[in-house]
Design a protein around this ligand. Structure first.
Ligand code: IMP
Ligand code: MG
Length: 179
């Protein structure tokens, strides 16, 4: 275990098994159709790459990068688009792929924005969900794991841009926050 972690929340084996299940669910739900996966940079990259490879459909890929105006650990309702997707999505089955739903602000904003571009359908797939932190009405369609109100890092998730490359998902030691 990485020295800055308090504990492991989800092991890489658990992640792999769950990603496989989510991919199978998506494959079933969209049978005979194609999907555009829209990954949210940078937290979703590991999840995105693993999920995409396990979906047995015609898969297109695109990415968005966003930044929240909120200060500190939580986001505000205002989201700034740093990088938009590079194609029209009218008539496509869009699945937004995100690392975690926390307050729900980011995904609520993104879903509303993409909805205005008239996709055939739009769903949300998030690896992690912290429902106890929700401040807006937002429900994910595909959720990997529901977790308690702890700050998770690893497998794409960061604290101050660190720990994204850890294979497992863990909880940071308190002293790391307080430095
Ligand atoms: P929301 O808009 O509050 O739902 O925030 C979602 C974003 O906050 C995610 O894309 C993450 O970048 C970040 N975030 C929220 N909780 C965590 C966490 O436990 N670990 C790492 N990043 C988090
Ligand atoms: Mg993020």
């Amino acid at each position: 275990m990485h020295k800055d972690l308090e504990s492991i929340l989800i092991t890489k084996e658990q992640i792999e098994a769950r990603v496989e299940e989510l991919a199978a669910e998506i494959t079933r739900d969209y049978a005979g159709q194609s999907v555009l996966l829209v990954g949210i940079l940078r937290g979703a990259v590991m999840f995105f790459a693993d999920l995409a490879r396990k979906i047995d459909l015609d898969v297109w890929m695109d990415f968005m990068a966003v930044s929240s105006y909120g200060a500190g650990a939580s986001t505000s309702g205002e989201v700034r688009i740093i990088k938009d997707i590079s194609q029209p999505i009218e008539g496509l089955n869009v699945i937004i792929v995100e690392d975690i739903i926390d307050s729900g602000n980011t995904l609520k904003y993104l879903k509303n924005l993409l909805q205005t571009r008239r996709p055939a359908s739009i769903k949300i797939c998030a690896l992690l969900d912290k429902p106890s932190r929700r401040v807006v009405d937002l429900v994910g369609d595909y959720i990997g794991f529901t977790i308690p109100n702890e700050f998770a890092v690893g497998y794409g998730l960061d604290y101050a841009e660190r720990y994204r490359n850890l294979a497992d998902i863990g909880v940071l030691k308190r002293e790391i926050y307080q430095k």
